[in-house]
Ligand binder design. Structure first.
Ligand SMILES: Nc1ncnc2c1ncn2[C@@H]1O[C@H](COP(=O)(O)OP(=O)(O)OP(=O)(O)O)[C@@H](O)[C@H]1O
Ligand SMILES: [Mg+2]
Length: 271
């Protein structure tokens, strides 16, 4: 039997505030609109904001999974947008660094998800801390969000450098958010590409596309709704819809006999 496993995609950046959570939420909604089964994991563990962005008040979050024995099915929460979320907790500083035990608990929870999910999107926190690295390593695909700001470029470069040099990860997908137009998005991508080409031999960058700066995004944030729910035909949503189609063309992992456990297991042996 040839069973498809979920594709785990981390959404990451280096610099904060580049649009990771907005892109994650709206990608999840567009993949769901295409009939895919999607779970969005809020991996910004101590500073949850996926639920805030969606205007939801989860009864349970990862803190309860780790500390109070609450089961995965009680932590998973439906949204009105066709996908489910695994909410993080807010203001819990110890969650900024997962313990070995917490990693195993999360791993077991992911095993439970295995058959019921096509895409697991992981919205990471900002920075290059241990948790961000952990989730980026756990993912099969890393979607790095850049913006036209020079600091975003240097921070994305730093993230890629650490991933390559410390963890042997060479392949990254690049999305430029808040771009003025296609040309400026491509310009910033090329600058990153050249820096990596020059200094980080072996790194491969794949340009996935751009999401334009769109006043509708801020409006949606204030309304606590995905921008795609507020304006399906707006520039940002149209771009994300295209990127969701691109993502569906990516290879998905296969289990030949159902015995190969969720990809995350590898992590236990790597660290
Ligand atoms: N395409 C866009 N057009 C206009 N504004 C945008 C766009 N994308 C994001 N923003 C603005 O940037 C802000 C930050 O976005 P978001 O919270 O998604 O970033 P983040 O990378 O998840 O931040 P953090 O690193 O703090 O988790 C949003 O509140 C929104 O106002
Ligand atoms: Mg965020």
């Amino acid at each position: 039997m040839n069973t498809e496993l979920p594709l785990v995609i981390s959404v990451t950046s280096g610099k904060g505030g580049v649009g990771k959570t907005n892109i994650s939420v709206n990608l999840a909604s567009r993949l769901a609109a295409d009939g895919k089964r999607v779970v969005l994991l809020d991996a910004d563990l101590g500073l949850a904001n996926v639920d805030v962005l969606l205007g939801l008040t989860p009864a349970h979050n990862l803190f309860h999974l780790f500390h109070e024995g609450v089961g995965l099915s009680d932590v998973l929460m439906d949204t009105p947008y066709g996908f489910r979320i695994l909410p993080a907790s807010s203001g819990v500083s110890e969650m900024l660094s997962l313990s070995a035990g917490q990693k195993i608990t999360l791993l077991e929870a992911m095993d439970e998800l295995e058959d019921a999910v096509d895409y697991l999107i992981v919205d990471t926190g900002a920075g290059i801390n241990e948790n961000v690295m952990y989730f980026n390593l756990a993912a099969q695909e890393r979607l790095v969000i850049l913006t036209p700001e020079p600091t975003s470029l240097t921070d994305a470069y730093a993230l890629i450098k650490v991933m390559q040099q410390n963890h042997d990860v060479n392949d990254f997908r690049i999305l430029v958010n808040m771009a003025g137009d296609d040309k400026s998005a491509l310009d910033i991508f090329r600058r990153l590409y050249r820096a990596c080409d020059h200094f980080l031999s072996g790194v491969g960058l794949d340009y996935v596309g751009m999401v334009p700066r769109d006043a509708g995004v801020r409006k949606a944030v204030i309304n606590q709704k995905p921008f795609c729910a507020l304006d399906r035909d707006g520039p940002a949503c149209r771009a994300v819809t295209g990127i969701a189609k691109t993502i569906q063309s990516w290879d998905v992992p296969h289990a030949l006999d159902g015995n190969i456990k969720f990809f995350w297991k590898r992590l236990l042996f790597r660290q």
